[in-house]
Design a protein around this ligand. Structure first.
Ligand SMILES: O=C(O)CNC(=O)[C@H](CS)NC(=O)CCC(=O)C(=O)O
Length: 276
């Protein structure tokens, strides 16, 4: 199976972001991809909640999702829409940060709402309160597909190894980690965290990422780390997307999952313990 990680530099306009995503998706298909993955926040990054309330839609009327489903069907590929900001029916008006797995017939096979919210002061001036805009999910998801069993996560989830262990012990062979990783924390932690999750679980880890500077109409901007990564179950980096937007390919051979787990069977060696 040939996977393609789309590395994006989205702005605030969902229509422009969709156009760029479709362009990269066509390049991925032309390059022979069976499974295409887009990053977190494929429909846009913004800190302007009022703007997002005008631009985001409910899942069943979201144009980004409809167009990407149609593109997956046209090309006959599997597609992970890393995540979309979507409206919910919650009284407090919070959005969902939702990841979708789409089949080659365009059907939604699985959906996952990001569980861990990035409520972090990266520096005094780079402050994130994701949970003020997004409501966290509370359900782990593994999807069985002909490509393998796929455990779904998003971005900051990568810092919670118990979720990854749970997914692997529930049968996942491939773990998806679409991200909009911060440039500072990314430089320090991104590759190490992803490689650790692959090694601990004996899973392939596929992590398509946002990259570069994301300017907002308000004058604010954020910077993301890029470096979309495909990692093998033994921990090797198979492909690194660098810092430019584009497509990065990786060959996924599921036999590697069984091989890595046969060499180090730690996934089956959990023990109960007491204290402190
Ligand atoms: O806010 C949105 O619209 C979309 N969501 C994101 O960009 C999220 C929350 S700000 N980013 C992360 O989780 C980065 C985690 C990270 O960088 C780390 O763990 O160090």
């Amino acid at each position: 199976m040939r996977a393609a990680l789309l590395q994006l530099n989205v702005g605030e306009d969902p229509a422009a972001n969709l156009a760029a995503t479709l362009e990269h998706l066509r390049a991925a298909v032309a390059g022979g991809a069976d499974f295409v993955l887009t990053p977190e926040a494929t429909n846009g990054l913004s800190s302007d909640r009022a703007l997002q309330a005008r631009q985001f839609h409910h899942e069943n009327s979201d144009q980004t999702l409809a167009s990407l489903r149609a593109a997956a069907k046209d090309a006959g590929i599997w597609l992970l829409v890393g995540s979309l900001g979507l409206k919910t029916n919650d009284a407090d008006g919070r959005f969902a940060n939702r990841s979708f797995l789409v089949g080659p017939d365009g059907a939604i096979v699985a959906r996952y709402d990001k569980i861990h919210m990035f409520d972090v002061n990266v520096t005094e001036t780079e402050v994130f309160r994701e949970s003020s805009a997004y409501r966290p999910g509370d359900r782990a998801v593994v999807a069985q597909t002909p490509l393998g069993s796929i455990g779904m996560t998003v971005c900051y989830d990568v810092r919670f190894p118990q979720l990854f262990r749970h997914l692997a012990q529930a049968g996942a062979q491939i773990l998806t980690v679409p991200a909009a990783f911060n440039h500072l924390t990314g430089a320090a932690h991104w590759e190490t965290l992803l490689r650790a999750r692959a090694i601990e679980t004996g899973c392939f880890v596929l992590a398509p990422a946002q990259t570069g500077r994301h300017p907002e109409a308000s004058g604010k901007s954020r910077r993301t780390h890029g470096h979309s990564l495909a990692i093998a179950p033994w921990g090797e980096v198979l492909a690194d997307g660098g810092t430019e937007p584009g497509v990065t390919f990786a060959e996924i051979d599921l036999a590697e999952v069984a091989k890595a787990r046969a060499r180090i069977p730690s996934l089956r060696h959990d023990r109960a313990f007491e204290g402190p």
